[in-house]
Design a protein around this ligand. Structure first.
Ligand code: PBG
Length: 327
């Protein structure tokens, strides 16, 4: 009988040794909580497909952001759900629009305790639910949409958003928004470019969360799930256009893209654990089929290991609590 000369198990023999050789960590400061604020409601409304997630009132949002700051997470990403929608998404760049009002309120509440970010996209605000405005033939008009995004960027910056999350997947959106911000003197407003955002079925619960009006799909502007190299190309393009941070979205099914983007760029790379990823874990956990906490923490660790510097996750505050406990 010959015995192995190499014994990798030596490094797994005890919690103390494992802790010492661990390659990857998840810190509360690396988590960002997406939050929804809805106009015209008196009580927070649960999102049924995302247990624990609600559409906030202005008041409940303020409280929840203060809790998020106390939990030590890195930031929040705000999404607005307006009472009225139209073809061009007028509420999006209206100073009195729900997202801009909420941003002001939140910044007044938490100041710099965490980084207040806002979603810059038209889909929550249009009556057709697309991420841009439509041309006469009903197609999403790229360049007309860029003008809307530039205007949204200015209203969000004026409202105090520190970082704009460009999630619409229009060509040239990073350059258009950077140009508009700089020209207006908002040179410190950061741009998070959702560079590799894939079109697929995993955003289902989010559509409930924002009462999405979309009937078709987003295949003409979001990436085809079959294409990994194209995701890297989009990230490089956004860096060239001035993105401060690039993103891969969804997260867990796209770890290969995440790792490739991480290797290709020098700016921070973030990942978005999207609504469907969250819902799958929550649903299985609610049935007692998996250990929800274990699977969530393992997913976040895997996303970090693949290359994400920070992660947008609906579990941010809860996970921050778990991470503290396990320190
Ligand atoms: C578009 C946007 C979407 C999400 C974030 N920003 C929806 C979409 O592209 O259809 C999805 C996030 C999630 O599923 O958690 N503004």
């Amino acid at each position: 009988m010959t015995f192995p000369t190499h014994r990798p198990r030596r490094l797994r023999q005890s919690p103390a040794v494992r802790r010492l050789v661990r390659e990857t960590h998840v810190l509360p400061s690396q988590l960002i909580l997406p939050m929804f604020v809805r106009e015209g409601i008196d009580e927070p409304q649960p999102v049924s497909s995302m247990p624990g997630v609600v559409q906030h009132t202005l008041d409940s949002l303020r409280g929840a952001v203060a809790d998020a700051a106390a939990a030590g997470i890195g930031g929040v990403m705000l999404f607005g759900v307006p009472a009225e929608r139209d073809a061009v998404g007028s509420c999006a760049d209206d100073e009195r629009g729900i997202l801009n009002v909420a941003t002001r309120a939140v910044v007044a509440e938490v100041g710099d305790a965490l980084v207040v970010q806002t979603d810059l996209c038209l889909d929550e605000f249009t009556d057709h639910g697309h991420c841009g405005v439509l041309d006469a033939a009903g197609r999403v008009d790229n360049d007309a949409t860029l003008e809307r995004y530039a205007s949204m960027a200015l209203s969000q910056a004026r409202a105090g958003s520190a970082m704009l999350g460009l999630s619409g997947m229009m060509d040239g959106q990073t350059a258009a928004v950077r140009g508009a911000l700089d020209e207006a003197g908002f040179t410190d407003t950061m741009i998070l470019a959702y560079s590799a955002k894939y079109s697929g079925a995993i955003y289902g619960p989010f559509r409930e969360a924002v009462d999405s009006q979309l009937t078709g799909d987003r295949h003409t502007y979001q990436l085809d799930p079959a294409n990994g190299r194209e995701g890297v190309r989009e990230a490089l393009d956004d860096v060239e256009q001035g993105a401060d941070i690039v993103m891969v979205k969804p997260a867990l099914p796209y770890l290969d893209v995440l790792a490739d983007v991480r290797a290709a760029v020098d700016v921070p790379v973030w990942a978005y654990q999207v609504s469907g990823e969250y819902a799958m874990i929550a649903a299985a956990a609610a049935n007692g089929w998996i250990d929800g906490r274990g699977v969530m923490l393992e997913s976040l660790l895997a996303i970090r290991r693949a290359g994400a510097d920070a992660i947008l996750t609906y579990a941010a505050v809860e996970a921050a609590g778990w991470l503290r406990e396990s320190l």
